[in-house]
Design a binder for this molecule. Structure first.
Ligand SMILES: Cc1cc2nc3c(=O)[nH]c(=O)nc-3n(C[C@H](O)[C@H](O)[C@H](O)COP(=O)(O)OP(=O)(O)OC[C@H]3O[C@@H](n4cnc5c(N)ncnc54)[C@H](O)[C@@H]3O)c2cc1C
Length: 553
């Protein structure tokens, strides 16, 4: 196999975008992918892991997709930037403070937006010239203040599967070679501080075949948060494998997001003036998030958090709505459900299996025209018109909505990824995943609801109605918060090699030429879903690698 300028392992959003950028700069790139274009059960099983706490962590087959384009085949496509506070050091958050700031990343936001099909990094209502609703405030009297905002937006990808979007243009890129169905099983590094000279690959479906050795000037590990960590941990155990200065930190501080619903929001005022659903900014769907200002978060010692409005629980037939029951039946009906939403999202919204079928059916039959109109309109906007609508919303004439929270998990030493004793078909030890929410994480979510409630009341906007008794709120947050979809923190970046695993560009401390492109290098989790920043950072890393390669000629 020939020598490449850069060998990238993993073709998810991080690896694929970085490969395209480096090839664009004129470097020869080999992009190695374990899977292929179609789903393959045997290949997917390589990512299976030992999960210590199944209440907090999803099974891996719902959390990652092992194939070309990576987990962008499954993701929701929701793009959100991190906030200024996420980069800062906070005295009440262990290990907070990034070695880079938003300023280092923002120049790559436009390009990241184009790759992710959200058009532009316009994450505030006032930046969106094409906003169809043309309304500034989410609700009457809910003006942005020094404490609270309701004009920050998430933008939804119009073409979420990156491989489907880019695969036609890839064969035309001369400098880019894609090697699928090959799994990286390790690296050769002679001495601490030196280069990785080659990576070892195995033909994925032929575990008895000879290893393939790939040589390159620079290597990038872009296998997703968990799989990058596992590959590095495995290689560190080999005598000629990776030698890291930050070895003792690898796998620590595993983070995701706490997410769920413990309250409804009851608005005052005119129900028709509530923006309860998706809006369009030109060709891109957007949705409001209710957030707090950095100053307010700090003054309250709160972890970062965002809220958004949602439908009532669709599984509870007592809502009496034919529309919600039709959605529930669709999302739980065998076969049909697989076309409607990724398994993880479906399970979260509708549960594992169908319950109270006849009661839901009765709801649908009692309001046949609105139900049929909803089904036809939803199928049209989701599967025929472009861009696809990300989900559905029902209007509440009572002015009451479910309030979804998405909260930061602070780094904690009990939450970690280590290696299991069990091996996968390629001989790599599997990951043992222990995602643990701390008391601080859970308390912060509850306190954030309480301060939001106070704010809504003092502004005359409305109030919260809790779904649980105060004594059971903590357990309710824990029971609902299941992650594994957002995989952060286990290869944290720091300038000080005694405190983390990579430097500010994702270069492994102790290795001269091997980078990590993944949210695993993010030191804290913020309230944002991570993929937008993963991609912006991958573009930044590509520029840095390209500059290094040029200066070494
Ligand atoms: C259901 C679901 C919904 C989500 N929704 C959102 C959302 O709305 N917004 C958001 O920001 N994020 C979302 N995410 C998370 C998002 O998918 C990830 O953040 C993103 O895909 C990470 O990109 P990545 O390139 O780092 O890793 P991945 O996309 O996981 O790609 C890693 C690639 O590496 C390959 N690989 C792994 N090991 C090896 C190996 N040893 N050798 C060779 N190749 C290997 C894999 O096959 C895969 O192709 C969601 C995830 C899920 C599961």
């Amino acid at each position: 196999m020939s020598f490449y300028d850069v060998c990238i392992i993993g073709s998810g959003p991080a690896g694929l975008v970085m490969a395209l950028e480096l090839a664009k700069y004129g470097h020869s790139v080999l992009l190695v992918e374990s899977g292929k274009e179609q789903t393959d059960v045997e290949i997917q099983a390589l990512s299976d892991a030992e999960i210590s706490n199944p209440v907090s962590h999803s099974v891996m087959k719902d959390a990652v997709w092992r194939g070309l384009g990576g987990t962008s085949k499954l993701w929701g496509g929701r793009c959100v930037p991190f906030d200024d506070i996420d980069f800062e050091s906070r005295d009440y958050v262990l290990g907070s403070g990034w070695p880079i700031s938003d300023m280092d990343l923002s120049e790559y936001f436009q390009l990241a937006s184009e790759y992710l099909s959200i058009k532009a990094p316009n994450f505030k209502v006032k930046e969106c010239k094409g906003l169809k609703t043309q309304l500034n405030d989410l609700a009457e009297n809910l003006k942005d203040s020094e404490l609270i905002y309701s004009t920050n937006l998430e933008r939804w990808s119009a073409a979420p599967s990156l491989w489907a979007k880019l695969k036609k243009q890839i064969p035309k890129i001369e400098k880019l070679t894609i090697l699928d169905q090959h799994t990286c099983i390790g690296f050769f590094q002679n001495e601490l501080g030196g280069n990785v000279s080659h990576a070892f690959l195995k033909p994925t479906l032929q575990p008895d075949a000879e290893n393939v050795e790939v040589k390159a000037s620079t290597f990038v590990i872009a296998c997703g948060g968990i799989e990058s960590t596992r590959l590095i941990l495995n290689s560190m155990n080999e005598p000629n494998g990776l030698k890291l200065l930050g070895a003792k930190h690898v796998g620590l501080y595993y983070m995701g997001h706490l997410s769920g619903k413990i309250a409804d929001i009851q608005f005052n005022g005119n129900p028709k003036k509530i923006i309860y659903g998706f809006e369009r900014d030109g060709d891109v769907y957007v949705r409001r998030r209710i957030t707090f200002s950095n100053q307010f978060l700090k003054s309250q010692k709160l972890l970062n958090i965002a809220f958004w409005l949602d439908n009532p629980p669709i599984f509870d037939w007592k809502h009496g709505s034919g529309v919600l029951s039709a959605a529930y039946l669709g999302l739980t009906m065998p076969v049909i459900r697989n076309f409607l939403a990724p398994t993880a999202i479906r399970k979260r919204v509708a549960g594992e299996k169908i319950e109270n079928f006849s009661k839901h059916l009765l709801n649908c039959i009692s309001s046949p025209i609105p139900t049929a109109t909803f089904v036809i309109k939803f199928l049209w906007t989701r599967y025929i018109s472009k861009p696809p609508i990300p989900g559905f919303f029902t209007y509440s004439k009572n002015n009451r909505y479910s309030l979804h929270f998405h909260g930061e998990q602070a780094p904690n030493l009990n939450s970690k990824i280590t290696l299991s004793d069990e091996k996968d078909a390629t001989g790599l030890r599997r990951a043992r995943i222990d995602l643990q929410w701390s008391k601080q994480d859970v308390d912060s979510v509850i306190k954030a609801h309480s301060v939001l409630d106070n704010q809504l009341k003092s502004l005359g906007v409305g109030h919260l109605i809790y779904r649980f008794d105060i004594t059971t709120l903590e357990q309710a947050v824990i029971n609902q918060s299941i992650d594994g979809f957002h995989q952060l923190g286990t290869l944290r970046m720091t300038n000080d090699s005694s405190k983390g695993v990579t430097n500010s560009y994702g270069l492994l401390h102790g290795v001269a030429n091997t980078f990590v492109a993944s949210s695993a290098i993010f030191p804290t989790s913020g309230q944002a879903n991570p993929t937008f920043l993963i991609v912006a950072n991958a573009i930044r890393q590509a520029r840095h690698i390209s500059d290094n390669l040029r200066s070494s000629f």
